[in-house]
Design a protein around this ligand. Structure first.
Ligand SMILES: Nc1ncnc2c1ncn2[C@@H]1O[C@H](COP(=O)(O)OP(=O)(O)OP(=O)(O)O)[C@@H](O)[C@H]1O
Length: 325
C-alpha cells in the first residue's frame, strides 16, 4: 500500500503542495484532477522522489520513498513514472525500446512479453520502426509499453494520453487500465481528461492550490459535487438559486445542475431565452439567459432560434440530492 503523510512542498517561498495525506491500495487506480497549475505534476514528482518534500513522508509498504536530499539517483525498482517527456532511445526500434529492460537470459519470454505489450499499445505493425520516425502519439504509446515492461508495482502517469488522437485513445485507455487491474499494478494518474477518470478510476482526488478538496469514487464525485470547482472539472455546470426552481422555497441556497440534467418543457418551469446553439454531435448545447445577468446552459436534441423562449425543469430527486450535498 502507498502511504502519503502530511506531504508539503514549496518552490522557493511559494508553497505548491500543502499537507497532503492519502493511501492507495495494491492494484488501485487513483486519478488526480484539478485546474492547471494546482500541483498535479508536482505531486507525482514528489511521489517518485524527484523533488524533496519540505515536510511529510511517502512509503510503499515497508519501503520509504526518499527525495534527492537522501538518494542520489531518483527512482525505485518497484515504481515507474511516465512524465510528459518520454525518455525513449530515438535511434533504436520500437521493440528494442520496449524490451530494453527485459532479461536476455529468457529469450522466449522476452519475445512474448514484448509482443504482448506492443499489441496492447496497438503498435505491432511498427515493431521494427525506429522511434525517431514515429509521431508524438506513437512515441507516447511506446513509452507506456516501455515502463510496463519493467513490471512496476506502482505506476505514476502524467497525462498519459495527451498526444494520442481520440479514436485511438479510447481503445488504448481500455487496454491499459484493464491490464493494470489484471496485473494488480497500482496507478496514480494526473489527467485533464474526464473520460480517463469516470470510467476507470477507483477514486478521484480533486486538487486545488495544492490541497485535496475531495477524494471519492468517480460516480459519487460527479453526482454529488461539493462545489462548482469540482463540478466544472467535468465540464459545464450551472449554479441555480433554489428559489427559482421551487418558488415557495425560503432557502437562499443555490444548487449545481449539469446541462444534461435540465429537462425542457413546452409551457412550465424556469423561463429562459435562447442565445446560441452549439452542435455537440449527439446533442446541442444551448446557451440561454436565465435573467438579465445570469446565463444558463442546457442540452437539447436540436438547435433553437435565438430569443426563443424555453421552459426548463430539474427532477425533484436531483434537487433533493444536491440540497443534501
Ligand atoms: N520548476 C519550477 N519552479 C517554480 N515553480 C514551478 C516549477 N514547476 C512548477 N512550478 C509551479 O508550481 C505550480 C504547480 O505546477 P504543476 O506543474 O504541478 O501543475 P499541474 O497541476 O500539473 O498543471 P498542468 O495541469 O497545467 O500540467 C504552478 O504554479 C507552477 O507554475
Amino acid at each position: 500500500m502507498l502511504h502519503v503523510k502530511d506531504l508539503t512542498f514549496s518552490y522557493s517561498s511559494h508553497q505548491i503542495i500543502s499537507n497532503i495525506s492519502f493511501t492507495a491500495d495494491k492494484g488501485a487506480h487513483i486519478s488526480i484532477i484539478g485546474e492547471s497549475g494546482c500541483g498535479k505534476s508536482t505531486l507525482l514528482k514528489l511521489l517518485y522522489g524527484i523533488l524533496q518534500p519540505t515536510h511529510g513522508n511517502i512509503s510503499w509498504g515497508d519501503n520509504p520513498i526518499l527525495g534527492p536530499d537522501f538518494k542520489l539517483v531518483p527512482g525505485e525498482t518497484f515504481m515507474k513514472y511516465l512524465s510528459q517527456d518520454f525518455d525513449l532511445m530515438p535511434y533504436v526500434s520500437v521493440e528494442e525500446n520496449v524490451s530494453q529492460y527485459l532479461s536476455v537470459f529468457y529469450p522466449q519470454e522476452l519475445k512474448e512479453r514484448t509482443a504482448a505489450l506492443l499489441e496492447m499499445i496497438e503498435m505491432t505493425a511498427f515493431a521494427k520502426t525506429k522511434v525517431k520516425l514515429l509521431s508524438g502519439g506513437q512515441q507516447q504509446r511506446v513509452a507506456l509499453a516501455r515502463v510496463l515492461a519493467q513490471k512496476p508495482e506502482i505506476l505514476l502517469l502524467d497525462e498519459p494520453f495527451s498526444h494520442i488522437d481520440n479514436s485511438r485513445k479510447n481503445s488504448l485507455r481500455r487496454n491499459l487500465f484493464n491490464y493494470l487491474k489484471t496485473e494488480q499494478i497500482t496507478c496514480i494518474v494526473a489527467s485533464h481528461d474526464t473520460h480517463d477518470i469516470l470510467s476507470f478510476a477507483d477514486e478521484v482526488m480533486v486538487l486545488k492550490e495544492g490541497r485535496i478538496l475531495a477524494k471519492e469514487h468517480p460516480e459519487t464525485l460527479y453526482m454529488h459535487p461539493k462545489n462548482s470547482y469540482t463540478a466544472s472539472l467535468f465540464g459545464d455546470v450551472n449554479l441555480i438559486p433554489i428559489s427559482l426552481l421551487k418558488p415557495y422555497a425560503t432557502l437562499e441556497k443555490s444548487i449545481l445542475v449539469y446541462p444534461s440534467e435540465l429537462i425542457i418543457s413546452e409551457n412550465s418551469g424556469l423561463k429562459v431565452w435562447v442565445k446560441n446553439s452549439y452542435f455537440k454531435g449527439s446533442h446541442y448545447l444551448i446557451e440561454a439567459q436565465l435573467n438579465e445577468t445570469d446565463p444558463i446552459l442546457f442540452n437539447a436534441p436540436h438547435a433553437y432560434e435565438a430569443e426563443k423562449e424555453v421552459f426548463l425543469n430539474v427532477a425533484l430527486e436531483t434537487i433533493n440530492a444536491r440540497l443534501k450535498d
